[in-house]
Design a protein around this ligand. Structure first.
Ligand SMILES: Cc1cc2nc3c(=O)[nH]c(=O)nc-3n(C[C@H](O)[C@H](O)[C@H](O)COP(=O)(O)OP(=O)(O)OC[C@H]3O[C@@H](n4cnc5c(N)ncnc54)[C@H](O)[C@@H]3O)c2cc1C
Length: 297
């Protein structure tokens, strides 16, 4: 593994972050708060809240971020996309997040309004792509800025050179961490990290882990975002109820432990707003037993 994800120079604290999406209905916010409070017990370094395409869930994202920062007391990163918004509207959203104490953004281009697979055209007065949005954020303040990364390549990238070049442009604009799309084959991640390092990119590449809450849902989501479902996941399709839950916990915990063995020192967990599954995974993963350190020299 490479310097971006491997720290061979002594014990290092494991970084842990959780991703949430804003609840769809006002009556779901109480359960959302309960989920966040339960996961707070794992002392995440930060949590993040997604932002709907074209700002469709903007008000719900504001409400969720406000709840996490003001009521639950978690360091929260707000996702932002460039889709269908003038720079002025995006800047207003940034200002709103700042009023909640947000100092960390996950800067994204986002999907075309017509959905993944359709051509992307920037808003005529908007940020043109992620690097442009990062420059906009940097003009406003010295924020911490995370971005996306794609170990199996983004579906729009014609080749690996384009994929890595886009990440490089985001880093040159000021990104300090990349959170990956979910994946289930750790070899894909390791090969990706090698390509990133070969391009001279040194920011941490943090693997995104999606425990399989429902096989059918993950299978369909993976199809849309270009993630592969490897054969070792297929037995989940035959399971339901507690048997599915236990198998999903075991798979995610083993994925995390294997990545840790390869020198990975940070994990971004896609929670799907589910505390029971995520808690069980973190309790089952050996790397999270005891003190949160890894990579003893
Ligand atoms: C960690 C993470 C969090 C996410 N959170 C959200 C969210 O909150 N809301 C949401 O709507 N979606 C979210 N997404 C999904 C994301 O919006 C889509 O994958 C989208 O298609 C790409 O956005 P991006 O910022 O990843 O794009 P980028 O990484 O900037 O670009 C993706 C690909 O598009 C092409 N491309 C982009 N810019 C250019 C350019 N200037 N020239 C040529 N090609 C270009 C390249 O092929 C590039 O690899 C998230 C994804 C991840 C991995």
């Amino acid at each position: 593994m490479t310097p971006a994800a491997h720290h061979a120079d002594g014990p290092k604290r494991l970084e842990l972050s959780f991703e949430f999406f804003p609840p769809k209905k006002p009556e779901q916010f109480a359960a959302f708060k309960d989920t966040a409070e339960r996961l707070k017990a794992f002392a995440p370094d930060f949590v993040s809240v997604t932002y709907g395409a074209g700002g469709t869930s903007k008000d719900r994202s504001f409400a969720a971020v406000e709840m996490l920062t003001q009521e639950v007391g978690l360091p929260t990163a707000a996702h932002l996309t460039c889709v269908s918004a003038a720079c002025s509207e995006t800047n207003e959203a940034i200002a709103t997040f700042q009023t909640f104490g947000v100092r960390h953004f996950v800067a994204l281009r986002g999907d075309p309004p017509e959905g993944p697979g359709t051509p992307y055209a920037p808003h005529p007065e908007g940020y043109t792509d992620t690097a442009d949005l990062i420059r906009g954020l940097r003009r406003i303040d010295d924020f911490e800025i995370s971005v996306s990364a794609y170990p199996e390549r983004h579906p729009e990238s014609p080749d690996w050179d384009t994929e890595i070049d886009i990440l490089k442009r985001k880093v040159e604009a000021g990104a300090t961490r990349a959170l990956t799309q979910f994946f289930y084959d750790n070899d894909d991640f390791e090969r990706y990290v090698e390509k990133v390092a070969a391009a001279g990119i040194t920011i941490p590449i943090v693997p995104g882990i999606l425990p399989v809450h429902r096989f059918a849902a993950v299978h369909s989501f993976a199809g849309r975002c270009g993630a592969r479902i490897p054969p070792h996941l297929l037995p989940l399709s035959e399971l339901s109820g507690e048997a599915h839950f236990e198998a999903a916990v075991d798979l995610a915990a083993r994925q995390i432990d294997d990545l840790a063995q390869r020198g990975v020192s940070g994990f971004h967990i896609y929670t799907m707003n589910q505390h029971r599954l995520v808690s069980a995974v973190l309790k089952a993963a050996r790397i999270f037993e005891g003190e949160r350190t890894c990579c003893a020299a």
